[in-house]
Design a protein around this ligand. Structure first.
Ligand code: BG6
Length: 507
């Protein structure tokens, strides 16, 4: 018997890697993401001793703050974490700097260049720079141009740009933005972030599929009858109405996070585990994906919007009553879509994806339902026979469950479903890192595996174009269904599956 092939190209995801001397520059440093996610993640990396001692963080925004102001603001928002590790914070804090920058002002960019050279001398950061664009998307192109004109992107090995979502609003604008960004940067310098790819359990789908022999032979149309992908949230729109009103669930969650889960679940095994091989397969599967009914796409998509709900103790406002939301808003806070993937592996297998705000539970999962046994030899304890299911729990309670039938105890031969459960926490004893921890480290390492390549982003937008066009041109064909807060979305979404004689899994 031949032994397994090990590939010499063991780069990217496989190695324990050391971040080189580095200055991380955050544009939009006064914004929410910086103190909620980025600085806490960098502090986490620091505490795990994964940041080099030659590290600096330079915050940039228009506000005229000093280094001291910036350090204080960050300390105020991380106060709980600092209480646990005050000594580490004092040390980490010495590497935080701030420079007021208006990205459209040439003279500010010249000053930024000088400040970076100063930081290089002070912290020995060797001109390795990661520029993180946590700014309004309309400035992404301008920011790349300004950085290039200030000569800050000229060495692709030492400088890179991380771009937050949303990357475009539709296929055309994503294409235009890619062109613009690529005028100033090489593709290898661009890191389009999707924080779902930073989640341990999303990466685990790759390991589960490609490190075990038992799954791949049955991971296809011959054995799998349908796949459901869910990302349910309990929160409403919170303070983000300004952004969300012009985005909605389709742009905010589906085009990126759910589509990434879809592509990792459905992709072909890469020839080797290097970044481009993986991204090639992800792009290919998205290029083969389509809305289930291309002629009448409205039949395959349900949009919903949360109404009031909750209880006496905790009454919840409807979406249209939230601050900053138009009382006649038609922005969807829930969406369910049926897709097909036209390739040999998946032809005819429906993929149902759904996401919503103000649902009863926060849960993200991928559910693979296997075909029924061809002959039912036994009576099922629950009345009707159940199908095997593999449930990949992305969050919370990260893990996986396999559901299969066993003999029900007692006389007779009745079958009954049971579950075999793997939990990350029980097996490894520690919760996994926040996605940004992993992704910030990877960006500074220059490892693009878990970032979205230009063709992937475009393919993901193209996939939803028929729906985006309908919403734009014929909104009455994709009406908004109201659903009560803390329920599982509009009844119409159940009908979408009932037509195929299926039910959504209640997680
Ligand atoms: C963000 C969306 O990208 O993802 C938010 O903009 C959403 O609307 C969030 O709440 C969900 O992320 P997570 O990691 O909590 O599932």
């Amino acid at each position: 018997m031949s032994s397994p092939i090990t590939n010499p190209l063991r780069v990217g995801l496989r190695q324990e890697r050391v971040i080189p001397p580095q200055c991380l520059v955050i544009f939009g440093a006064s914004g929410d993401l910086t103190h909620r996610k980025l600085v806490p993640s960098l502090f986490e990396l620091y505490k795990q001793r994964r940041l080099p001692s030659e590290f600096a963080l330079l915050g940039c925004a228009r506000r005229p703050w000093s280094d001291h102001d910036f350090r204080q603001k960050m300390a105020a928002s991380l106060s709980d974490k600092i209480k646990e590790s005050p000594i580490e914070w004092d040390e980490f804090c010495k590497g935080l700097f701030y420079e007021p920058v208006n990205i459209t002002h040439r003279e500010d960019l010249i000053k930024l260049g000088q400040r970076l050279e100063e930081i290089d001398r002070l912290r020995a950061t060797h001109s390795n720079r990661t520029f993180y664009l946590s700014i309004s998307p309309e400035f992404y192109g301008i920011a790349c141009r300004s950085l290039a004109e200030a000569n800050l992107l000229k060495d692709p090995k030492r400088s890179r740009v991380v771009i937050e979502k949303p990357f475009g609003r539709d296929y055309r604008s994503a294409q235009a933005l890619n062109k613009l960004v690529q005028n100033y940067c090489q593709e290898s310098q661009v890191f389009r972030i999707d924080h779902y790819l930073g989640k341990e359990t999303v990466q685990n789908i790759l390991v589960l599929r490609f490190a075990n022999t038992i799954f791949e032979p049955i991971w296809n149309r011959n054995y799998i009858s349908s796949i459901q992908i869910t990302a349910a949230e309990t929160v409403g729109v919170e303070e983000r109405a300004g952004y969300y009103e012009s985005s909605g669930a389709l742009r905010d969650m589906v085009q990126n996070h759910l589509t990434q889960m879809l592509s990792i679940t459905a992709m072909e095994p890469p020839g080797h585990f290097d970044p481009e091989a993986i991204r090639n397969e992800k792009a290919k599967v998205l290029q083969a994906a389509r809305i289930a009914d291309e002629i009448e796409p409205w039949k395959c998509c349900i949009r919903g919007q949360y109404g009031r709900g909750g209880n006496k103790e905790e009454p919840l406002l409807g979406y249209r009553e939230e601050s900053g939301v138009s009382p006649s808003s038609t922005t969807e806070t829930y969406v369910a879509i049926k897709l097909f993937i036209d390739n040999w592996r998946w032809q005819g297998v429906p993929f149902y994806i759904r996401t919503g705000k103000r649902l009863p539970k926060r849960v993200s999962e991928v559910v693979l339902t296997f075909r029924e046994a061809p002959v039912h030899l036994f009576d099922a304890a629950g009345g009707s026979p159940t199908s095997n299911q593999l449930i990949l729990r992305i969050q919370p309670d990260e893990g996986a469950v396999f559901r299969f039938d066993v003999k029900s105890p007692g006389s007779g031969m009745r079958s009954r479903p049971v579950e075999m459960d793997f939990s990350y926490e029980q097996s490894f004893g520690e919760p996994s890192d926040e996605g940004y921890v992993r992704l910030l480290a990877d960006a500074m390492l220059g490892d693009p595996t878990l970032f979205t390549r230009s063709d992937e982003v475009e393919a993901a937008w193209r996939l939803y174009t028929p729906l985006l066009e309908l919403i734009e041109d014929k909104p009455w064909q994709l009406p908004i269904h109201q659903y009560e807060s803390r329920t599982w979305g509009p009844a119409a979404a159940d009908v979408l599956l009932a037509r195929d004689e299926l039910l959504w899994r209640r997680p």
